[in-house]
Design a protein around this ligand. Structure first.
Ligand SMILES: [Zn+2]
Length: 377
């Protein structure tokens, strides 16, 4: 039995419990943390000390008098100044890199043209951007928590292999291993590097920096040249068997409908993808079909929140509004409550910010990563 491994995991779980409590309830005292977490006061004290030293937490400089009896306490909060998360989006034509605080504030953002779509070259270019950023972080004495990378493709969680990214022309690329090797040159440990589909990270970004569990289930619908969705269900991403869950662009909306890029007819993408939007009456018609799409998602997942993002949604806010109205009518007709439908809070940076949020998401759920790598044989 690996006793040390288990104890370390236990400690990571306990740390994540404290961080999640403090994120949801600012200004908690150590005593209150002990009560809420069920951990002993001495364990809380020791873990809080570590989290303060590592800049996950800050504490008020002067103790605050307790209400009623009891000793004054020092309120604890998430450190939004010292520790940062980095997200990299490999899009079809560009690379986006964002540096985000633990509170979800974008500190820096960079966008450059993607020089070469081949995996090794994309990886090298991301490495170059990262090297510049690491220098800036060092100069400002900021602490890097980790790097999330996202791209438009199906990512197998267990192996970090990109199964299929049609718009990049990739199939079965071990991209997590490749970026981990590239970032190892910058002393970023592989354990702090994550890879995920862009729609999935966008959903995680909205979830972590938005309403959190109060928004669960949350679906992010990404409307661009392609159309996809990221789904957060029961406090974790739902990615499906091979990472391809949420490929709603190729859900059929009309039998024998217009031809889609995939070769089928009547796919959602043929109605609400960016190409369809460019046609006459495009946005109005697309809004109606997007409403159908949202209704179908509601029927399948009964989400609390649906966020609509991607370039089409950013360029045409009326698309989101029309879709929201159409979906509301569907819900009303059946006497059902419609989910909240809103635009993405980070606009075109949604996927990149989400990739950064994924670092935090994984850190706060140590068992997620473990369960992905556990073999039960
Ligand atoms: Zn299709």
């Amino acid at each position: 039995m690996k006793t040390t491994g288990d104890l370390q995991l236990l400690k990571r779980i306990n740390r994540s419990v404290l961080l999640r409590l403090i994120r949801s309830q600012p200004d908690l005292s150590r005593a209150r943390l002990a009560t809420l977490s069920g951990l002993t006061k001495s364990t809380v004290s020791a873990l809080v000390r570590e989290l303060l030293d590592e800049h996950w937490l800050t504490e008020a400089e002067a103790p605050v008098a307790a209400q009623g009896m009891g000793r004054p306490s020092t309120p604890l909060n998430i450190d939004t100044q010292k520790r940062v998360l980095v997200g990299i989006e490999i899009a079809v034509d560009c690379l986006r890199l964002v540096c985000v605080s633990l509170g979800g504030v974008i500190l820096t953002q960079t966008e450059v043209a993607l020089e070469d779509r081949r995996p090794a070259n994309a990886c090298k270019q991301a490495g170059k951007l990262m090297r510049l950023l690491v220098k800036q972080l060092d100069a400002k004495q900021l602490v890097l928590s980790g790097v999330g990378v996202c791209l438009p493709g199906a990512v197998d969680d267990a192996t970090g292999i990109v199964r299929l990214a049609p718009n990049l022309g990739w199939r079965d690329v071990p991209f997590l291993d490749m970026v981990s090797a590239e970032f190892a040159k910058l002393d970023i440990p592989a354990v702090n590097i994550h890879l995920q589909n862009d729609g999935d990270t966008a959903a995680v970004g909205e979830y972590e920096f938005g309403g959190g569990t109060a928004d669960d289930p949350l679906i992010f619908v990404n409307c661009d040249v392609g159309v996809g969705a990221g789904i957060v269900l029961n406090d974790r991403l739902f990615t499906g068997f091979l990472g391809a869950a949420g490929e709603i662009g190729h859900a059929i909306l009309q039998v024998n409908g217009p031809l889609c890029s995939c070769g089928r007819r009547g796919c959602a993408e043929a109605f609400i993808g960016a190409r369809a939007l460019r046609q006459k009456q495009g946005v109005e018609k697309a809004g109606e079909y997007l409403g159908v799409m949202l209704q179908n998602l509601d029927a399948m997942f009964n989400p609390r929140v649906i966020v609509v993002g991607g370039r089409s949604a950013v360029d045409h806010p009326e698309l989101v509004e029309n879709a929201r109205k159409a979906q509301q009518t569907y819900a009303k007709t059946a006497g059902m409550q419609a989910p909240t439908v809103r635009a993405a809070r980070y606009g075109l940076q949604a996927a990149a910010v989400g990739a950064a949020a994924l670092v935090l998401h994984q850190f706060l759920r140590p068992l997620l990563k473990e369960s992905n790598h556990v073999s039960w044989n």
